[in-house]
Design a protein around this ligand. Structure first.
Ligand code: XIL
Length: 392
């Protein structure tokens, strides 16, 4: 990389540190947990490329290779944002950005303000836009389109949000009407603030994440318990009301290719799609080589056929097998997966973006599974070569 470009990236990162995201292993609740670890160099003028990273400048670019097919994205953590070499590689490879953690409700809801006057904020929980702003500034500065992730989720949403008077110690759960008001206000605040401040930057929002249960039916989450089973429909209704017309509204889930989960998801999404409030199905795709690729792409086709919506692969990572030659085998599997994806697109399924859930294996949430396409030193894995070979 040219030194100038690296310096520019470093300075952009440094500027962002002032308000940069929650720590990625977010502690319990609220956007107040803003800490920024220092980047590799505190002195811009003497910055040299860190020798723990290999030179990546001659890599083929996934976003270029796939540019006629779909946006190619990556989940970006604050650590990536703060490290110029990571950012350099991300910019070279990807044109879509998902905040790995910093735009989730726990990074946005503001406990200290809510608890200072719970009656005043009873129906309308206060938020901080600080973390979202750091993400969106970074995305804008680096030319990424953004997937908003996520508005309504049982996880990484502080528990106090579901209790009357924001009581952290439990107490009485908020009732349906109160939670509907809180849900509407949260969705409104986030969608309106992002639209007003970053118009056109966010192309899709995961409105509801992981509402299907792993057993059967719907997950018995605090959203489900407080509002009831129409909480998903309500979330999409509110999102449609406040989202700009160029923002696509997505439902997102893992194991969504499995037959039973697929049936459950289709059951609750169909009326939402019929009401015109659903634009897309997000298949997270935290998978392994055990996956039956044919079944997976049949499920993808079925979501499109039955809901009439576009598809995005939102969180792809493919864990290694336990054999000695796992790297080769993983590379072949990535190649097979992307070949089947291209075939599915050729057959008429509109897949509009594909996102890898992280940049390097050492930063992946699937610790020890080496599920991504770059090694810690930024060298390319067979997995990367597999994705390249599928389109070449
Ligand atoms: C994960 C992040 O990668 C981790 O850093 C965090 O500790 C937990 O969440 N489904 C999702 C993502 O929708 O938001 C999750 O991300 C992975 C599973």
């Amino acid at each position: 990389m040219k030194t100038n470009r690296l310096l520019a990236l470093l300075m952009a990162s440094a500027l962002m540190l002032a308000g940069c995201g929650t720590s990625d292993s977010s502690p319990e609740s609220s956007g107040e947990t803003v800490t920024a670890s220092s980047s590799d160099s505190s002195d811009n003028s003497s910055y040299v490329r860190n020798s723990r990273f290999v030179d990546t400048s001659d890599y083929p670019s996934l976003k270029e290779l796939y540019k006629d097919k779909f946006l190619f994205g990556c989940a970006i953590s604050t650590k990536v944002q703060e490290t110029p070499e990571y950012t350099e590689l991300a910019v070279q490879q990807f044109n879509s950005y998902t905040a790995e953690n910093a735009m989730k409700p726990e990074a946005v809801l503001l406990y200290s303000k809510a608890i200072a006057d719970p009656e005043k904020y009873q129906e309308h929980a206060p938020i901080t836009t600080k973390n979202m702003e750091a993400c969106l500034e970074y995305a804008k500065a680096n030319g990424f389109a953004v997937r908003g992730h996520t508005l309504v989720w049982h996880s990484q949403t502080p528990e106090w949000f579901f209790y009357k008077n924001y009581d952290r110690d439990g107490g009485e759960l908020a009732d349906r009407d109160l939670m509907l008001a809180r849900m509407e206000n949260y969705i409104k605040d986030v969608l309106e603030w992002t639209n007003e401040n970053y118009p056109g930057l966010i192309y899709a929002w995961d409105v509801v994440n992981e509402a299907a249960d792993d057993g059967s039916g719907m997950r018995q989450s605090l959203w489900y318990k407080t509002i009831g089973e129409d909480f998903v429909a309500k979330a999409f209704e509110f999102a449609r009301k406040y989202a700009a017309s160029d923002v696509k509204l997505f439902y997102n889930d893992y194991n969504s290719y499995q037959t039973r989960k697929q049936n459950d998801i289709l059951k609750f999404l169909k009326p939402i799609a019929e009401a015109g409030n659903l634009d897309g199905m997000g298949m997270q795709s935290h998978i392994g080589e055990y996956l039956n690729v044919t079944d997976y792409f049949s499920a993808m086709k079925r979501y499109h056929d039955e809901l009439g919506v576009e598809i995005q692969i939102t969180e792809l990572d493919i864990g290694k097998n336990n054999k000695d030659d796992w790297e080769l085998s993983q590379g072949a599997f990535y190649a097979q997966f992307f070949s089947s994806l291209l075939k599915t697109i050729d057959e008429g399924v509109p897949v509009t973006s594909v996102t890898l859930w992280g940049l390097t294996d050492d930063m992946s949430w699937r610790e020890g599974e080496n599920a991504l396409v770059f090694n810690a030193d930024l060298s390319r894995k067979e997995a990367f070569k597999g994705i390249v070979s599928a389109i070449k």
